[in-house]
Design a protein around this ligand. Structure first.
Ligand code: TRP
Ligand code: SF4
Length: 373
């Protein structure tokens, strides 16, 4: 059976090419690289695919307004996999003064998917927003909200629901509870919110996500198409990053499995030990490794450096010395583990500075109620 894309699963995508082909997702090409090549995520192929990103590229080039929207399910601290989305969000906000940045705290999804109630989500969200601020988000130019408090999002979910059959939902998401279908409709509302008249009306929108979120993008583009005559909505664009693998190398990095990930809130010494235990692309013996070289494509340690830790030159050197057999896994892991601990220590320091600001943002978002479309 060919594999689908499941936004709620912990499985990895095993064949990106097949998935892209089947769902009409395109590779980032040279023209797009001319616009977005300033970003290490694009340069390193961490963001490797997209839908309609040309629209946003045009807006960037011509200084026209575009929006970036993403979100987090607030069921725990950011981990290195989800934090990738936060960094991309900040990148698109900074990329142009003409951009508006909208961020959903997915407390409806946390309830429907994980049974976590809204008051708990509110607590967890403070930490998530602090991570966003520490990643460089400019809160003055961002709108951060809770799904459960945002009537414009909910109203769009209600509007979008008409015209969607169970057969469509099953085809896109598989057989699921009504709650997950509902939270998918809410996410449609999230993605279209930047085009609400209160937020400046229709505009190109980029949704930076992991490729497992593509079903939501497809559904939203479909709704936007149907609503075009009424609201003038533009079909949203998306970028897709590779899913970060579990430290054990088998699954997607997921909050459901504590040993599989490094959290942004992990103690740096614990993170150090996790890197030392991570799955590598090394050979069975040092002798073999010197002779045959390692395999960075299989190596989670390489992946950590590629996503979060090393600059282009350092990364290239790591690759070259690994495949040539010059680099052995023991010292390589120690080096990356050091860098990881440093990265988390630095992040934690910035986070402490912005925590009071995060508390204020969350409080304001939790108190607000907005009117609908
Ligand atoms: N479903 C996303 C996740 O699990 C979070 C999310 C909610 C989101 N609303 C969104 C992502 C809108 C992109 C756009 O992480
Ligand atoms: Fe991975 Fe480093 Fe070992 Fe190469 S040498 S397989 S990059 S840990």
């Amino acid at each position: 059976m060919s594999e689908g894309l499941d936004p709620w699963a912990t499985t990895l995508v095993s064949d990106y090419e097949e998935v892209m082909e089947r769902f009409g997702i395109r590779r980032i090409d040279e023209k797009l690289m001319e616009v977005f090549g300033d970003s290490p995520f694009f340069r390193r192929g961490v963001i490797f695919a997209h839908r309609d990103l040309e629209r946003v590229a045009d807006a960037v080039i011509s200084g026209r307004e575009y929006a970036v929207i993403t979100g987090i399910k607030p069921t725990g601290p950011y981990h290195l996999g989800t934090f990738q989305t936060a960094k991309e969000f900040v990148y698109f906000q900074k990329r142009s003064t003409a951009s508006s940045a909208v961020f959903a705290i997915a407390d409806v999804e946390a309830w429907e998917d994980n049974g976590q109630f809204f008051d708990v989500s509110r607590e967890v969200a403070v930490d998530n927003v602090a991570d966003l601020l520490a990643a460089g988000l400019d809160p003055e130019r961002a709108y951060i909200y809770f799904q459960s408090r945002e009537a414009r999002v909910q109203r769009m979910a209600v509007i979008a629901a008409r015209g969607i059959t169970m057969a469509t939902m099953r085809a896109v998401y598989g057989e699921r509870g009504i709650g997950l279908y509902l939270s998918a409709l809410i996410q449609v509302g999230d993605i279209l919110l930047p085009q609400h008249p209160d937020l400046g009306g229709p505009k190109p929108t980029v949704v930076p996500v992991g490729i497992d979120q593509d079903p939501h993008i497809r559904l939203t583009r479909d709704v936007a198409g149907r609503m075009r005559s009424r609201y003038g909505l533009v079909e949203p664009s998306s970028t897709y990053h590779l899913l970060m693998r579990s430290l054990l190398g088998d699954k997607k990095m997921s909050k459901r499995d504590p040993m599989s990930f490094i959290s942004m809130a992990d103690d740096p010494d614990l993170a150090y030990r996790k890197v030392m235990n991570a799955f590598t692309g090394g050979r069975d013996t040092a002798e073999e490794q010197r002779r045959l070289g390692g395999d960075p494509t299989r190596c989670v340690v390489y992946e950590l450096a590629r996503f979060h830790l090393y600059d282009d030159e350092e990364l290239k050197e790591m690759w070259d010395k690994c495949v040539s057999g010059e680099r052995l896994c023991g010292p390589c892991k120690r080096e990356v583990a050091e860098r990881m601990a440093l990265f988390l220590r630095e992040h934690r320091r910035r986070k402490e500075e912005v925590r009071p600001q995060a508390e204020k943002i969350v409080e304001a978002a939790a108190e607000s109620l907005n009117s609908g479309w």
